[in-house]
Design a protein around this ligand. Structure first.
Ligand code: NI
Length: 167
């Protein structure tokens, strides 16, 4: 396994719509294992999408237990939200925008259809933190970051602050 480099805003791979996974080969299994190790090596991350490690594929992992429980890892491939319900607002952060936290509205409950790492169809009913994490990771696969979820005024504020901090 290997710890991969996490791409940071404004890296262009983060704003591209990722392509469906079609090969469930050894390279994919290696990528999933490397992403898992990379996520668990971060101080606070609970989810990581393939574009965040420079691979524009519809693959993400979520680990709410952060490695404390072998069953806490979700591998999400070609996900589609088939049902969405309710509304919840929480503060989210993102490994690709290290200094930013933002209040974001999401669906409270979702049903996701997708594939597991062997390519078999899976369905997942999620609420609370898992539902939020799923929507956050699916946003990454669509090229959307937290800043794209902000109101236009807040987005401009973030961009100005970002330029000041990083110039
Ligand atoms: Ni993120």
């Amino acid at each position: 396994m290997a710890i991969l480099d996490i791409r940071k805003y404004p890296d262009t791979v983060l704003s591209k719509k990722a392509e469906s996974v079609t090969d469930f080969n050894a390279d994919l299994q290696q990528l999933i294992d490397d992403m898992t190790e990379t996520l668990r090596a971060t101080p606070t991350g609970i989810g990581l999408a393939a574009p965040q490690v420079g691979v524009s594929k519809r693959l993400a992992i979520i680990d709410l237990g952060r490695g404390t429980n072998e069953f806490s890892l979700y591998v999400i491939i070609n996900p589609v939200l088939s049902e969405k319900e309710g509304c919840i607002e929480t503060v989210e952060g993102c490994l690709s925008i290290p200094d930013m936290e933002a209040r974001i509205q999401r669906y409270e409950k979702v049903r996701m259809r997708g594939l597991n790492r062997e390519g078999r169809a899976v369905e997942l009913d999620a609420n609370g933190l898992l539902a939020i994490a799923l929507q956050h990771e699916i946003d990454h696969l669509d090229g959307l970051l937290l800043i794209n979820r902000l109101s236009p005024i807040k987005r401009e504020f973030f961009k100005k602050r970002f330029k000041k901090t990083y110039k």
